[in-house]
Design a protein around this ligand. Structure first.
Ligand SMILES: [Zn+2]
Ligand SMILES: [Zn+2]
Length: 345
């Protein structure tokens, strides 16, 4: 079916300086090389919450209204190229790299200096996201779903891609003793992915009971409540820091064994933080930063199809019209894990 030249749709739009609304926006028909999708599900991410509350994520400041949402899936509505049949369920790679900068040319498009990302003010112009009834994306951003994978689970492909990228940076995790600090959605998905990849033991930490409950449901062998239980020093082969808190990084470093690796998956607050890291000298730790993902979204879709228990991270689903309530719930880790917007409800 051919999309009209312009149509009015509803979208969750973040405003300059903070705040958001379910606003009416205009969407044009897809241009050459693009596809129009009818969106079905969108997962709310920490960065969406920052845009909503503060109008910015770190250095990325909203300069005019921005449609949020990068963890989004839907169905093909109009593909002028004729490659995708209308109604086909698809996941979306939210990044588009330049394929020309030194990072792209070295095979690392996820750190492309000119990348655009759905629902992000990092690029100029900003890139609108997919918390909307319809979205136009490039043909090469579409991913077919593996057999048997429902859109309601495929919505986890983006955050699971983030978790898998962190895991890939650590190398082979099979048989390893792993620590995950911070049991929010990314930490919980890291727990589930580590178990699926054959980690021997996964211990997950958090300050709150609700994320620890979710981490257990995702397969954590043990959970540690910060401030109550204690982590044994220098005892883990690998640590994945998913809290984005300097204290989380300090505890990950302290608990990692000699010659072990720590991967910083959570976004740290900038620009200057205090971390207890003197032990990295005598332990010869490797500390790696992790940013988004590249082909891991394909690994994520395969893993989701094979591991439906990863869906335990989803605690709430709201229709798009109730997006402001959904943002409030998503912002309270004491009650929620991953909160999903039903975009076609
Ligand atoms: Zn996200
Ligand atoms: Zn590039």
């Amino acid at each position: 079916m051919t999309a009209p030249a312009r149509q009015k749709i509803h979208a969750l739009v973040a405003h300059v300086g903070g705040g958001a609304g379910v606003d009416e926006i205009d969407i044009p028909a897809p241009t050459d090389g693009h596809v129009q999708l009818e969106m079905t599900h969108g997962g709310i991410c920490g960065s969406d919450l920052h845009y909503f509350k503060e109008g910015r994520v770190g250095d990325f400041v909203i300069r005019y209204p921005l449609t949020l949402g990068h963890e989004v899936v839907g169905r093909v509505a109009d593909d002028p190229s004729g490659q995708w049949a209308a109604g086909t369920p698809v996941a979306i790679h939210p990044a588009y790299a330049c394929h020309q900068c030194p990072e792209c040319l070295s095979g690392n498009p996820h750190v492309c200096r000119n990348a655009t990302y759905l629902g992000s003010a990092a690029s100029d112009p900003q890139t609108n996201g997919g918390f909307a009834q319809r979205l136009n994306v490039r043909l090469d951003q579409l991913r077919a779903l593996p057999e048997g994978l429902d859109l309601s689970l495929a919505v986890l492909a983006e955050p699971l891609g983030v978790a898998l990228h962190g895991i890939n940076l650590a190398g082979d995790v099979a048989g390893k003793r792993c620590l995950v600090t911070g049991s929010g959605p990314i930490g919980a998905l890291t727990v589930g992915a580590l178990k699926a990849r054959g980690a021997a033991e996964v211990v997950s930490t958090d300050l709150l009971d609700n994320p620890l409950r979710i981490a257990r449901a995702m397969g954590a062998d043990e959970v540690v409540k910060i401030g109550v239980d204690r982590l044994e020093p220098m005892s883990f082969d690998l640590a994945f820091e998913a809290s984005g808190a300097p204290a989380g990084l300090s505890s990950a470093i302290a608990a990692t064994r000699r010659l072990g690796t720590i991967v910083q998956v959570g976004m740290l607050p900038g620009p200057t933080i205090t971390v207890a890291m003197a032990v990295i000298n005598k332990a010869e730790h490797t500390i790696k930063g992790a940013f988004r993902f590249d082909q891991e979204i394909d690994e994520a879709l395969t893993m989701l199809a094979a591991t439906p228990s990863l869906g335990s991270v989803i605690t709430h689903t709201f229709p798009l019209d109730d997006a402001l309530e959904a943002l409030a719930v998503a912002g309270d880790p004491a009650i929620s894990g991953k909160v999903v917007l039903k975009l076609d409800a």
